[in-house]
Design a protein around this ligand. Sequence first.
Ligand code: ZN
Length: 91
Amino acid sequence: MTSTLNCSRCGEEKPRLSPPPIPGALGNEIVAAVCRDCWSEWEKMEVMVINELRLNFMDPEAQKTLLLQMREFLALPDVVQTSPSSHDTKD
Ligand SMILES: [Zn+2]
């Protein structure tokens, strides 16, 4: 078991994440796919996504949206092709 992996996002040989950032299968998937650097980039991005989309964690739909954004950002395999992100502003 090496401490590096070929990251699916940046395509470079980089240090692995440890421990998994999220519990469960998804955390393991992330560890197996992306490097530590890319994960920390997502953590910054996540804050912006939450603010921009005004995601409310009481809303399961919001969690699903965030998950999709994450998969897309990290270039995780098995991404379900979603419709183009809408930039509607409904005030
Ligand atoms: Zn990477």
